[in-house]
Design a protein around this ligand. Structure first.
Ligand code: KG4
Ligand code: ZN
Length: 356
């Protein structure tokens, strides 16, 4: 049995300042020794969305303390670590730079290796941390900035088969919430309102569901929701709940129908591994999970979903992704640069200074 690796993870790509320590070996499951997530929701709420400058400043103010707490909670010191893993993109560049700079400082001061990671790979590998899911698997990645179907065949080996041609899934939830006056962050607010509403009152469009390929679209749905809100007059709580329920049902139909088609495709390429994984903030949505479970059963796939707190942004997923790369002998030089854009199907070996 190989000695387990102990990795510190740092995540600052959006509005969560997060640090965590995980321990284990691929393929997992691993042990989360600590997982600290400080949300900036209160700072951004007055603006109805994440303000990049406010996010970067908030990360600067608290990140040292969050890392200190993650180490203390894990009863670990910097000395005990095998490597320091950090999100290097994609995300809000100011925030990414804050996390990456601190990680480089820690690596330089301690002589520990640095692993600079793609945030999306953190989401993509979380099910290995939680359930030890083997490759290959079909991955539905649904977050605030992304909506993709990918085939995961190994660490750093992802093939994208579908993506959104307009809004991301989480973005659609957030815009609907704003339109309905449900506040920020939108996803959980829409889910709560939808639970009180009648999903059949409005029949919103399901863009692209019958089209070729595996791409998604949410903009037609967004327009229909706006029109319904405008024609509903006073937008009473009951009217809001019905629109939220109608929107959520349509968004879930779009996601599940594309995932179902992708399962058929995946089963043809990989007859041996019928696994569907859903990851990213929207994966925390319970109705989505119920519908995906039914579709997975129909296609004879096993469905894996991380716990809600590991679907939304956190640093345990970054520590774990770092652990997987480090276990394969990969690390990065101090010249690793923050990246605002970074598709998951471009290997992290393209990072400046990547070793191996
Ligand atoms: O993965 P994540 O925490 O951050 C990004 O990397 O983008 O995802 C955040 C997104 C937001 O758009 C949020 O509204 C959405 O995930 N979200 C949800 C739920 N919880 C978070 N969407 C639908 N239902 C939820 N319960
Ligand atoms: Zn994320």
């Amino acid at each position: 049995m190989t000695k387990p690796l102990t990795i510190l993870g740092i995540e600052t790509s959006c509005d969560e300042t997060a640090a965590a320590v995980v321990r284990g070996n691929p393929p997992g499951p691993g042990e989360i020794l600590s997982n600290i997530v400080a949300s900036q929701i209160a700072e951004h709420r007055p603006y109805g969305g994440v303000v990049p400058e406010i996010a970067a400043r908030a990360h600067v103010e608290i990140l040292d303390g969050i890392v200190g707490r993650a180490l203390a909670d894990a009863h670990t010191t910097l000395e005990d670590l095998d490597a320091i893993a950090v999100t290097a993109g994609p995300g809000l560049i100011g925030g990414v730079a804050v996390g990456l700079s601190l990680a480089k400082g820690l690596a330089l001061a301690t002589g520990k290796p640095l692993v600079a990671l793609n945030h999306l790979e953190g989401h993509a590998l979380t099910v290995r941390l939680t359930h030890g899911v083997a490759f290959p698997y079909l991955l539905l990645l649904v977050s605030g900035g992304h909506c993709q179907l990918l085939i995961a065949e190994g660490v750093g080996r992802f093939t994208r088969i579908g993506t959104t041609i307009d809004d991301a899934a989480g973005e659609a939830f957030d815009k609907t919430a704003k339109l309905l006056g449900l506040g920020f962050p939108g996803g959980p607010a829409v889910e709560r309102a939808a639970a009180q509403g009648n999903a059949k009152r409005h029949r919103f469009p399901r863009p692209l569901v019958t089209s070729e390929g595996f791409d998604f679209s949410f903009s037609g749905l967004k327009t229909a929701v706006r029109r319904a809100a405008e024609t509903s007059g006073d937008l009473s709580p009951a009217a809001v709940a019905d629109i939220a329920a109608g929107f959520q049902a349509a968004a879930i139909d779009v996601l599940v129908s594309r995932a179902s088609k992708a399962m058929e495709h995946f089963a043809r390429i990989h007859p041996e591994g019928h696994r569907l994984v859903v990851a990213g903030g929207v994966a925390a949505n319970k109705s989505l999970n119920v519908s995906l479970a039914a579709a997975a059963k129909h296609n004879e796939f096993d469905l894996f979903v991380p716990a809600p707190s590991l679907c939304t942004d956190n640093a345990a997923m970054i520590a774990w992704a770092g652990l997987e790369h480090f276990a394969e002998g990969k690390s990065d030089g101090l010249e690793a640069a923050p990246r605002a854009r970074w598709p998951l199907d471009v290997s992290r070996r393209n990072v400046a200074g990547a070793k191996a």
